[in-house]
Each structure stands twice: as C-alpha cells, then as structure tokens.
Design a binder for this molecule. Sequence first.
Ligand code: XMP
Length: 513
Amino acid sequence: MSRADKVWIIDFGSQYTQLIARRVRELSVYSEIVLPTIKPADVRKNNVSAIILSGGPSSVYEDKAPNIDTGIFEMDLPVLGICYGLQLMSRHFGARVHTDNRREYGRSAITFQKDSILFKGISGSTTVWMSHGDHVDSLPEGFDIAAVSENNAPAALIHREKALMGLQFHPEVAHTVEGTKILKNFLFGVGKLNRDWTSERFIDQTISKVREQVGGGKVLMALSGGVDSSVMGVLLYRALGKQCIPVFINNGLLRKNEQFEVVRFLKKEMGLPIRMYNYSSLFLNALKGVTNPERKRKIIGHQFIRAFEEIARKYTDLKYLAQGTLYPDVIESRSVNGPSQVIKSHHNVGGLPKRMKLDLIEPFNRLFKDEVRKIGKEFGIPPVILNRHPFPGPGLAVRIIGEITPYRLALLRKADTVFIDELKSSGEYDRVWQSFAVLIPVKTVGVMGDQRTYENVIALRSVNSSDGMTADWSPLPYQVLSRIASRIVNEVRGINRVVYDITSKPPGTIEWE
Ligand code: XMP
C-alpha cells in the first residue's frame, strides 16, 4: 500500500490547534500535532507532505515566545501560517510585526487583492474569524498581500515563488465562512495532496502494524466497556485472534450495569472471549482517605497496571498491554515542554508507572472519538454501543468529590442511573456528548413531608462537544431537568438537592476532577 500523505501542525499553543487537525482529517488527509521543537530532519524522516503553523497566545517578540527551526521554510514544502504562525513566518522573511491597539477580535470582513490558488472559488470579500493583537505591518521579502482586513491590515500573505503563505485569521473556525474551502485549496490546490485518510485504510494499516509488532506473542487487551476500548477490541481480535487475551476489570468504580451490557455484546455478537476479574476491593482500599484528584488518577493507574501484570503472569509469552487511549488524552496529558499546559494526567497516559513490565499498544492514540466511532461502524457495531457517552477510565472516582466510600458510590450510582434513564426516555441522550451526575461533599438543609432533612447534593453535568477538548453546557429542557431532580430526591435516599452545572469548557473541564 502506498504511503498516505501527512500534514504536520506545529502547535504554538492556540486553543484552535486541535480544530485545525480535525478539519484536515475531515478533508480525508491525515494530520498530526507536533511541538515547535521539531527539526527539518524530523519532517523528512516522517515523510511530511505539508506544514501548518498554528496560532498561539504569544507575541513573536516576547522572550519566551515559541520559535521554530526556520530551515523548515527552505524545505520546498507547502507551509501555511495561521495568525501567530503567519507572524513568525513574516518575521523570518524580514517583516516588522508589532502590537498596537487595533486588536481585531471576532467576525471581520476581508477583501481580496490578488488572485491565488489559496482563495480559488472565493472572490470579492468574505467573513472571517480574527483573534489577534499583533499585526504584520511591513511586507516580508518575496511575499505579496493577497487580502486585507477592514482596518486595511494584511489578512493574507502569499510568497511569489515558494509555496509559503499565511492567514491573519482562523480558517479552521466555523465562523470563517469560506474556511473549509481555503483549507481545501491549501491541501489539494497548493499541496496536491491525496484524500487518502479513510477508516478502511486505517484498519488495514493497523492490522498489519500490530501483527508485525506482536509477532507470535500474546496481548492483554484492557476493555472498559466504553466505546474506544470496545472498537479496539474488535479490531485487535480481527488482527490477532487467539493471541488476544481480552479482559474486563471491575475496579469498583463502575456505573450501574452499563459496562456489562457492552461486555455481553462483545462476547455474544463479536465473539471476544472476555474474562472478567473483580479487583474492586483492592482499588477501593488503595483509594481510602484520598481526596486529591491527581492522586486518585495516579493510584487508579497504578492499580490497573498491578492487576494487568498479575493477570499477565498467568500466561506465557504475554508481553503487551493494549488500551484504547485517544489522541486528546495524549495531548491533554502531554509534558509541560509543549506550549499547551497539562490539564489532567489522564490515568491511562500520565498515571502509568514508569517501570511497567508490559509494552503498550495503543492503536487509537492518534484518533479522535468520532474517527473511532466511524471505525466501529465499519465493523458493524450498532449505534447503541457506538453512541454511548464517554466514561473516564478512573470512573466514578473523579465524580465523587472528596473521599470515595461504598456509601457515596452507591448514592452516586443511583442518582446517575435516574439521570441517564430520563435522558434516554426523553430522547435527549443522543443529542448531547456526555452527561453524568457528580456527588458534591456538601450537605444542605431540606424539607420532606414535615421532616427536616440534612443530606447530600448532586450536581448534574451535561455537555455538547465534538471531541471533548472544548464543550458547552447542554441547554436541556426545563421539564426534563425538573423531572430528573424530583425523581432523584424522591428515589435516592441521602440526596435532598440537585443542581445543574452551567459551566462550559474552557473555563471548566467536563469532569469535575
Ligand atoms: P475533561 O474533564 O478533561 O474531560 O474536560 C474530557 C473528556 O475526557 C474524559 N476524561 C478521562 N478519560 N481517563 C479517561 O479515560 C481520565 O483520566 C479522564 N479524565 C477525563 C472525560 O470524561 C471527557 O469525556
């Protein structure tokens, strides 16, 4: 099979970097996000076909502003700079970039001044999304101005001979009306790339890669009951058959029943010989008295590995552990060397002990969730499984604020079950990305019948998102919320108040811990 084209997106810390990667992939071209420290030799070694420089919060003249090896501009590869990326490229080619009070933020109209492949099919003027304080205010050498903003500042610069170009606005954001067309023009008009990033290709490539990596050995496959590990399970089972040892570990932090439905499906319909292990008392003992969220994640990661290693010892020639880690988990847990800050060490990335005896196989660690769902569809996994809301690896541990006890777990399980049941029966479940209940370590006064109560508070969280990296709280209908609240207070003894979380991400995260 010929090699697929690959775009590298150099991340200067923009909140939109992920979105650029997704947009490129939506156009069927594989893309990866890389750090500004990459060198031209890395670009060559990895057979990169085109480069996009992301935006970022810095100013190119700040002391600690991220920079790149400018040899990248001499490689004869198409480069598209966006916002900060444009400013960095312009400075390299001798332009002045400066901060002034003409900050442009939000929708703005740009007017084209010159025909170019980058803007093929768009003419006159169009609406774009701006978000910058710095401007390029003299022409970089060899470049022409292709479009100007309402303030008459350069909105697009294009090199006369090389495939170097830059945009002061964000083509990846939906508010930029012709954004997709511009990205398409860059990839296919300028870069002449192929649309060869498809689920079929990914499946074929992964199957051969995994077979080669594993040889005749065995792989312990960690299933959580969630979408990612379920699809991974089906894929690896197809690649390795009996060399796969699919296991499901009950860590005591699961929701009521739900995981088991998925396991039943994978066993019955997909033929996976899943073995179930109950490690709940070990996990819960290790978590006793722990309230710090990062500590909880680390302990859970550790316990998982201990459990996997213990199971692995029962087999000869078992050297690998496969898990369904996704690209956003990797990015959000990435080291502080990158411009994007670590938000949470997702347990299955940052929580793993350094000296683990098993080697990791993570076939989806460059995929977004919607891509995993597409692959699942190829395998004939039904929507009720594929459209399940994400559930975090540390499970209910990060939804119980404060200490995890059997009593508090039981309260949360009951409340969560009512919430999800009601969302399903009202049809809201499939309209939102993720919903769950959170137990808050606070007691409030209430009245039930003629009795004073002094009980716990449950928060409901429901968000709309496309990849979990950013999210808006879901505007669930009042009647649905009201029914859920009254059912929880009536049916779950120990809860006397329900609140609804109306924080988006950012500034909140989706989970409370
Ligand atoms: P946050 O809370 O970081 O969550 O906005 C983004 C998405 O990731 C899930 N999540 C996790 N998944 N291990 C996981 O496997 C974790 O430690 C973890 N923390 C958060 C979360 O449910 C949401 O879908």
